[in-house]
Every structure is written in C-alpha cells, then in structure tokens.
Design a protein around this ligand. Structure first.
Ligand SMILES: Cc1cc2nc3c(=O)[nH]c(=O)nc-3n(C[C@H](O)[C@H](O)[C@H](O)COP(=O)(O)OP(=O)(O)OC[C@H]3O[C@@H](n4cnc5c(N)ncnc54)[C@H](O)[C@@H]3O)c2cc1C
Length: 385
C-alpha cells in the first residue's frame, strides 16, 4: 500500500495551487459581493487548458487520472466554490454525455469549445416537482419525423441562464419512471429553448443558477445522447461516482481555507490574557477539523483511485461525498465560532465559507438519500469493511 501522491501529481497540485492563488484568490470577495459571473476570470482561467483535463489528449485533454482531478477540484474550491461550480460543470456533467455519445459534428460544435472555455455547458435534471426523485421528471421528449420535440421547465440549473448548450434529461415514456429517461443535447438558438428566472442564492455567488424553459423545442435525432432509448439512468451511473468524489474534494477545499484562516485568528485573538488558541476547548475544534479533513481526503482519494482502477466504488463514492460534506459543514460552523462575533461579519471570510458549504449538501445526492441507500447496502450484506 502506498498513500503517496506521485511526483507528477505533487507537481500538478502545486502548479494549480499557485495559479489559483494568483488568479482566483484576489477576486473571491468581489465575486461574492457583486454576485456577477466573472467573465474576465473565466476567460483567463479556462484559457489555461485545465477544463479538458479528464479527457483524452486527442481532444485537447490531459488524460488525467481521477485522483489528479480530485487535487484540481480541491484547489479550485479552496478559493471559490461558486467559480469551481461553473468550471467543473463544463469539465464533467456538462460535457460528459457529449464526449460519450456525441457524433463528430456535436463534438466539434459543442464539446471542444466547452473544454476550451469558449462555450458554457450545463446539465439539467431538476424540476420544480422532482429533485432526488429523478423518476418523477416531467420534461418530455416526443418522437417526430427526424428528431424530438422537448417540453418542460428545469430549475436550479448551474450555468443555465448563460449556457451555450445543455444536456437535458427528459422522459420518452412517463409510465416507465426512471427507466423512461434520456439525455438530449439542446443548443442556444434552438427555437422554443430559453432561459427563465435567475435564482438568488445564499452562497456560491458569482455562479449563475436558474430555470431553463423548453416549449416545443425541436432537436434532430443525433441529439439523443445515448445508444439506446430509455437507458439514461444507466449512463448516468457511469459518471456519478466521479461527481460524488468531486463534491467531496470541493468540501475539503472549502474546509482547508476556513481552517487556515482560523489558525491565524486563534493565534492573534486574545481573551482573558491569553490567545484563544491556548484554550483546550478551542484546540479541540482544530483537532477535530484536522482529523475529519484527513479522513475525508482518504475517502475521496481511495474512491477516486478505485475509479481509476476500473472498479465501481458506488458505496465508497457515496461515503466520500457524505463524510467530506458533513466534515465541511462542521468545520465552517466551528470556524465561525472561533471568530466570535467576527464570524458573523461580512468583512471576514467565515460567513462566506458557512454559506458556500451548504451547496454541497444537494448535488450528487442529498445525505438522507445517500444514507438510506448505504444503510440498505449494509443491511443486505452487500457492503463489508
Ligand atoms: C447551488 C445549486 C446548484 C444546482 N445545480 C444543478 C444543476 O446544474 N442541474 C440540476 O439538475 N440540478 C441542480 N441542482 C439541484 C440539485 O441537484 C437538487 O437540489 C437535488 O437533486 C435535491 O433535490 P431537491 O432540492 O428537489 O430536494 P428533494 O429531492 O425535494 O428533497 C427534499 C428533502 O427530502 C429528502 N428526501 C428526498 N427523498 C428522500 C428519501 N428517499 N429518503 C429520505 N429523504 C429524502 C431530501 O434529503 C431533502 O432533505 C442544484 C442545486 C443547488 C442548491
């Protein structure tokens, strides 16, 4: 067993960290304050070629292994989870099904520009009445001569209002629930496809989230992304492990920054004649955060390593997402306490980490849903440590 990163991974991590410190960190507070999509930063950062990192070199990628990708997601979220959300949407869920099923024309027109940051991508599952329960999707795709006609409204879509194209989950047979679902590519400019209401969020500011509306939006046959109708939910499982690990890596990124700030604060802030870091109850918080963070990283990296090894670590990826996110929520809460009243002030970072961390609770499965599944696995004897 060897837990070390390779020299290449160490070098990559340091390079990304330096880039994040130089380009993103100085803009983080402004992005949070203005809640505007940082187009200049987007162009500068995406121009560095990271967006295609998980894809093969012949399409402009780096062929990076999943553990290396986790290092990238962690560093990105260490600065801004909102910006990280927009970037990772282009890298993973927004581009995966085009890579997997798109024909050459689709790849040329949408995938390659998205990996260069020239086009903004997204994926749409969620609707007003269906989130976790994806089988309740109402957006429909009806077969017509030469293609499909899509109707419905998606909500809570990351990058949605800015997107140049969307991978849309729609049912071709509502009587089949999750087994009737398919992915369709819908491009900006398609008649009947339009952005709806933009949401105002508690955190992850600077990433634009909102509705996408489909009113008799026609797409040609080749825009059905998948070899067989009704297999969408199976195709989704191919990428879900990686998405869950990514969320875990982002949780570690936020918690790291919160912890680093708190270390500095606890060494300076004086109460009753001593710096607060000298009190045992404050030290316990640091011990707990650091330990849980280390455990989270081991879970994330080991699940990512299993993906790289060609395994299907479904349970481990769920555990990694669930544990790392709960660690992050705990850590940012404790850090606001270490800051006292200043943890409640907009002038300091902790309130932002506190707001941003909440986002990680939902994507890749809520923790109630994940725990329900994991509990069932354990009880059925399908998981053993
Ligand atoms: C910032 C942000 C960005 C997002 N971006 C996207 C995006 O780009 N694309 C997209 O499609 N969606 C996106 N989402 C939506 C996200 O995927 C959903 O929030 C998530 O799937 C949960 O669905 P829901 O919010 O409708 O909650 P629900 O599914 O309605 O759940 C409500 C509550 O019920 C619980 N619950 C549900 N089912 C069960 C069960 N079986 N057992 C126990 N408890 C249960 C949940 O855990 C939760 O506590 C985004 C959300 C946020 C906050």
């Amino acid at each position: 067993m060897d837990f070390r990163l390779s020299e290449e991974q160490e070098f990559f991590k340091q390079t990304v960290a330096d880039t994040v410190d130089r380009l993103i960190m100085p803009k983080v507070e402004e992005i949070d304050r203005t809640d505007e999509f940082p187009w200049d930063l987007w162009k500068e950062f995406t121009g560095l070629g990271y967006l295609g990192m998980r894809y093969p070199e012949d399409i402009g990628g780096m062929d990076a292994d999943p553990v290396t990708c986790m290092l990238f997601y962690e560093e990105l979220a260490r600065a801004s989870v909102g910006f990280a959300q927009s970037v990772t949407m282009n890298m993973l869920m927004g581009s995966y099904f085009l890579f997997r099923f798109g024909d050459d024309a689709i790849k040329e027109r949408c995938l390659l520009p998205a990996l260069r940051g020239e086009k903004v991508a997204t994926i749409c599952f969620t609707e007003d009445q269906s989130g976790s329960d994806i089988g309740a999707t109402r957006t429909s795709a009806k077969k017509v001569d030469g293609g499909w006609v899509i109707n419905g409204t998606k909500n809570w879509i990351t990058n949605g209002p800015l997107a140049d194209f969307a991978t849309v989950v729609a049912t071709t047979d509502p009587t089949k629930g999750a087994k009737g679902l398919n992915f369709f590519l819908v491009e900006k400019g398609t008649p009947g496809f339009s952005p709806g209401q933009v949401l105002h969020k508690l955190g992850c500011r600077g990433t634009v989230t909102g509705e996408l509306v489909f009113e008799d939006a026609f797409v040609p046959d080749q825009n059905l992304l998948g070899e067989e109708e009704g297999k969408g939910i199976i195709y989704l499982t191919e990428i879900l492990n990686e998405v869950r690990c990514m969320t875990g890596a982002m949780a570690i990124g936020i918690a790291r920054t919160a912890l680093a700030d708190a270390v500095e604060y606890a060494q300076k802030r004086v109460a009753f004649g001593k710096t607060i870091g000298e009190y045992q109850l404050i030290r316990e918080k640091f011990a707990r955060i650091a330990t849980e963070m280390e455990a989270s990283r081991l879970l994330v990296h080991s699940a990512a390593w299993k993906i790289a090894a060609g395994q299907n670590p479904r349970n481990e990826a769920m555990m990694a997402k669930y544990h790392a996110t709960e660690m992050c929520i705990m850590a940012v809460d404790e850090v606001t306490r270490i800051y006292g009243a200043n943890g409640f002030a907009e002038e300091y970072g902790p309130q932002r980490y506190f707001r941003d961390a909440r986002f990680l609770l939902y994507g890749g499965g809520t923790h109630e849903v994940l725990k329900n599944f994991l509990g069932k696995e354990v009880l059925a004897g399908r998981w053993r440590s």
